[in-house]
Write a protein that binds this ligand. Structure first.
Ligand code: UGA
Length: 445
């Protein structure tokens, strides 16, 4: 079986390399020639641990190749995975399906052999059935094309591991042939008894958005309690630990902080509301509006804390540690950290930013921030230090590492990862999200 992957962004490049690792001959397809040239040389245009090695290994042998030609893909592949993006539409909350529609109709028209098209992109419910029809309209006479929806659950930073060893496989289809072919594609995972859920199109589409909506809700749930502990006192981390011991709740995704960002959670909860609204089901997903708002209020809170600590932001030097939406990623899409950095700059602060991998991507969005290449460089002369993305380097940071560099010993832990006692014992004014702020004005010297 020969495989193509159409769309070689995060999802597609990882999927293509993983399929090659599983022993398939793979052709990656993208409309962006620069990306295709880089990938063909074995160079990854974004940061993802473990993926460059896999890419180099399989481009070197020719088992994994890349092209901009959809015709070549149509002549080559038995199974075509659709992995193009469904970004939030400009000025709207719904998902932009332009790229998925173009990829599906393009590969259907280009297929000169019987094939299976498998959608992996995150789409509004109802899309798969429509796209299956689109396939039938565009395919060549005499060619059979089956259709399936197979959502992807990989996390950035763990993309290789999640793709090679998924915790579950979900396949929506009405075709026995499609189901059988996908069981062959995923034979390795199935041999390890990975749950394989064979279902209809709608369930498969909804599983994906339901999972992300649940994760977003979990994060906003604990962040809503942060708002309470910020008023009444209490410790948000202990609260999360204590409820997390209940196996029905679980401790993961209960880390209070600056909130969720990235190319998936924020966009997916908005697109889900937009889609259910179209279906006349506004009330069903209305709580996600609250989830979104709680999340965005966390960013306001960090800016407020900085203001409280500094008295005013104008002219103050602020060190921002981390701008990626989460550690081990250079992705800054909808990043809480970068948004906060931009807002502080907008209020007149002199913002010095350091992210271990995301400086370049951040500079494309906020060229006026000052980017430096080290932790020491960022905190030099700082009136306050803001930890906004919990890279290992920042989690491990001790007061002694930076106190010789800052102007004043003030720190805001926007991810609840530092030990407050260590910092306070070393004479720092320490503030974390979820913490009461009564003594803050005293810090504004
Ligand atoms: C998310 C899902 O976790 C994946 O399962 C899914 O496949 C992916 O979206 C997708 O739809 O493609 P990802 O965007 O890589 O993956 O990031 P997450 O690890 O889910 O983190 C999302 C955001 O939540 C980050 O900004 C992170 O800092 C934040 N977060 C996470 C918290 O604020 N608190 C937590 O406890 C956990």
């Amino acid at each position: 079986m020969r495989i193509t992957v159409i769309g070689t962004g995060y999802l597609g490049a990882t999927h293509a390399a993983a399929m090659a690792e599983l022993g398939f001959e793979v052709l990656g397809v993208d409309v962006d020639p620069t990306k295709i040239e880089a990938l063909s040389r074995g160079e990854l245009p974004f940061y993802e641990p473990g993926l460059p090695e896999l890419l180099l290994k399989h481009t070197a042998t020719g088992q994994l190749r890349f092209t901009t030609s959809i015709e070549e893909a149509g002549a080559f592949g038995d199974v075509h995975f659709i992995a193009v993006g469904t970004p939030q539409k400009a000025g709207e909350t719904s998902a932009d399906m332009t790229f998925v529609d173009a990829a599906v109709s393009g590969i259907a028209a280009a297929s000169t052999r019987d094939a299976l098209i498998v959608g992996k992109s995150t789409v509004p419910v109802g899309s798969a059935r429509r796209l299956k029809e689109l396939t039938q309209q565009h395919k060549r006479p005499g060619i059979n094309i089956d259709f399936a929806w197979n959502p992807e659950f990989l996390r950035e930073g763990f993309a290789v591991e999640d793709t090679l060893r998924p915790d579950r496989l979900v396949v929506g289809t009405d075709s026995v042939v499609a189901d059988q072919k996908l069981r062959q594609v995923y034979a390795d995972a199935l041999s390890r008894e990975t749950p394989y859920i064979s279902t209809d199109f709608e369930t498969a589409e909804l599983v994906k958005v339901a999972a992300n909506a649940f994760l977003a809700t979990k994060i906003s749930f604990i962040n809503a309690f942060s708002e309470v502990t910020e008023t009444v006192g209490g410790d948000i981390r202990t609260l999360a630990d204590a409820i997390g011991y209940d196996a029905r709740i679980g401790r993961r995704f209960l880390n209070a902080g600056a909130g969720f960002g990235g190319g998936c959670l924020p966009k997916d909860i908005r697109a889900l509301q937009a889609r259910t609204g179209e279906l006349g089901l506004e009330k069903s997903m209305r709580f996600l509006n609250e989830v979104d708002e709680i999340n965005l209020r966390r960013r306001d809170r960090v800016v407020f804390l900085a203001e409280q600590m500094l008295g005013e932001l104008e002219g103050k030097r602020i060190a921002v540690l981390g701008t990626s939406f989460k550690p081990d990623s250079d992705d800054v899409r909808d990043s809480p950290a970068l948004d906060i950095a931009g807002r502080l700059y907008g209020s007149g602060a002199d913002v010095r930013v350091y992210d271990p991998k995301a400086n370049a991507n951040s500079a494309k969005r906020f060229p006026r921030l000052t980017f430096v290449e080290s932790l020491e460089g960022a905190v030099a002369g700082a009136d306050v230090v803001l930890l906004l993305t919990e890279w290992r380097e920042f989690r491990d940071m001790k007061p002694g590492d930076i106190e010789g560099h800052v102007q004043t010993r003030r720190i805001i832990d926007g991810r609840n990862v530092l030990d407050r006692t260590d910092w306070e014992n070393a004479g720092w004014v320490f503030q974390a999200l979820g913490q009461k702020t009564s003594d803050l004005s005293a810090a504004a010297v």
